[in-house]
Design a protein around this ligand. Structure first.
Ligand code: PLP
Length: 395
């Protein structure tokens, strides 16, 4: 029995993942196992809870900032876990990773310029680009034999356009689960440098990487031209509603401009709960994250075995990182709208692939950061409904 086998009871919580309004809107019912929003259904590590209780028990909330303390712990974490040396004064703190990306887009590009994303892509990237008045320029990843690769020929063409001045890299990639290899990042940085494009590297999933794979930050490849580390403790430690984001770059000019904008907007300090929970997480969270990775890897293995034996028409892209798994359902023959209807009918609350790419309607993304028994029963119900829908299709 693992501590991840039980989810905390939900009593009157207003978590987005379980929100009846959203569930009805997406699935036409609230009777689903919610495996959509990329957050966790686990209790956080004990040191985080202890720290939050310590702060609450003080019952005093004087101004208290400690961004430097956070950066020192993040820096030590990156050195321990990823062999990367990060200097404390090259960080800036922001409310969240999407805030950081929204600010960087405004810093690096003008109204009407293009910002490249590699699709399928985390759906908020499109929104963050469009809502800034910039154009989404999509470079589809190559999908070969169930595996995704960057399409360098396409990147070469699209990054040449003079109005494309920035691209968002997602590493590890949500939703396809790739952890980009050093050679891929080197090649990408080379193309971007040649065309004067700045890479905004969203590395929020950096710590969720499975055996046989290794996370390489863009920082380790091409530190000077790009915004190399944008992260947060949210995904790693399940601190989704109590995390800040951070930006790190060795590009002195860009760092100065970014710091000045963040400072002028008074974005650079979190509240005490966020601050000290983050310090506790990075300082004392190694063992918890190690156990989480083992647990998630076991869940990935269970899904792979289940699909092979019970649902062979559905294939999973190799899960190198993240706790999102990306399933190709096209061999079931079910069109996207029918596939989506099977989610509601079976109570399988996965995210429809069309959220990530117009061409991915026959894919679904499943968030596996939940007790394995929930995942197992959800997959079994999904199989029953897929079998029924395909039988109807054949009849
Ligand atoms: C790739 C990626 N970036 C950013 C975020 C959101 O980060 P934040 O809540 O810090 O804005 C997510 C959440 O799912 C994500 O998957």
């Amino acid at each position: 029995m693992s501590s991840f086998d039980t989810a905390p009871a939900k009593t009157g919580d207003t978590f987005v993942r379980h929100d009846p309004g959203y569930l009805n809107m997406i699935y036409g019912t609230e009777d689903v196992t919610p495996l959509w929003v990329a957050d966790m259904d686990f209790s956080v590590a004990q040191p985080i809870t202890d720290e939050l209780l310590r702060l609450a028990n003080r019952a005093q909330f004087s101004y208290e900032f400690n961004a430097k303390g956070i950066f020192a712990e993040i820096s030590a974490w990156y050195q321990r876990r990823h062999g990367l040396m990060l200097e404390i004064d090259k960080f800036e703190q922001v409310p969240g990773v999407l805030t950081a990306i929204a600010m960087l887009i405004r810093e690096l590009t003008e109204q009407g310029d293009g910002v490249l994303i590699q699709v399928p892509a985390y759906h908020q990237f499109g929104k963050v680009i469009s809502s800034a008045g910039r154009k989404q320029v999509k470079s589809p990843l190559c999908y070969r034999d169930g595996r995704y690769e960057m399409d360098f020929d396409d990147l070469e063409v699209k990054l040449t356009a003079p109005d494309v001045k920035a691209m968002i890299l997602c590493n590890p990639h949500n939703p396809v689960g790739r952890v980009w290899r050093r050679e891929e990042l080197e090649r990408l940085a080379e193309v971007a440098n040649r065309h004067g494009v700045t890479i905004i590297s969203d590395e929020i999933h950096a710590d969720i990487v499975y055996a046989g794979h290794r996370f390489t930050s863009l920082m380790a490849v091409n530190p000077d031209n790009h915004v190399s580390v944008i992260g947060s403790p949210a995904k790693t430690f399940g601190m989704h509603s109590i995390s800040n984001g951070y930006v790190y770059t060795q590009n002195e000019g860009l760092l100065k401009r970014f710091k000045s904008t963040a400072d002028s907007l008074y974005l650079t300090h979190g509240n005490a709960f966020t601050t000290f929970a983050t310090i506790a997480a990075y300082k004392q969270g190694d063992a918890w994250v190690d156990a989480l990775l083992v647990y998630l890897q076991g869940t990935v293995q269970w899904i792979e075995d289940f699909l092979n034996s019970e649902l062979p028409a559905i294939t999973m892209s190799p899960v190198e990182g993240t706790y999102q798994v990306w399933l190709d359902c096209s061999a079931t023959g079910l069109p996207g709208d029918v596939l989506k209807a099977t989610l509601g009918a079976s109570g399988f609350g996965a995210t429809p692939g069309s959220w990530f790419d117009d061409d991915a309607a026959q894919f679904i993304r499943v968030n596996i950061a939940a007790p394995r028994t929930d995942i197992e029963s959800a997959f079994r119900a999904f199989k029953t409904e897929i079998d029924r829908a395909t039988a109807v299709g054949i009849a």
